[in-house]
Design a protein around this ligand. Structure first.
Ligand code: FES
Length: 106
């Protein structure tokens, strides 16, 4: 069953910014790539568990893992280059009344 979980207020994450947070045992990174467009992905690289929330954003929608340089599409979680082959989880984001929620299956 999917549920919305509040992860931040919109003001917490400026354009170009990000926030890493935990929900139960899930590590999640939320990115604000342009004017209030937020994306949320698993904060664990599928190659060797690098912290993607600390990675650089490239080409607007790609996060580069700070450990070995794999890139992922933050819209879909798709792995875009080696050394990662497996995708990461991408979570739907809902912005409502100045708060950011992600949709998680429980
Ligand atoms: S841990 Fe992310 S590329 Fe290796």
């Amino acid at each position: 069953m999917a549920r919305l979980v509040e992860v931040a207020t919109a003001g917490e994450i400026p354009v170009g910014g990000r926030k890493s947070t935990n929900i139960d045992d899930l590590e999640i990174a939320i990115f604000n790539v342009d004017d209030e467009q937020f994306y949320a992905v698993e904060d664990v690289c599928s190659h060797d568990s690098g912290p993607l929330g600390e990675g650089e954003i490239i080409n607007t929608y790609e996060v580069e893992c700070p450990r070995h340089g794999a890139r992922f599409d933050i819209r879909t979680g798709k792995a875009l280059c080696m050394p990662a082959f497996e995708p990461i989880e991408a979570y739907p984001v809902v912005c409502k009344d100045g708060k950011i929620y992600i949709e998680i299956d429980w």
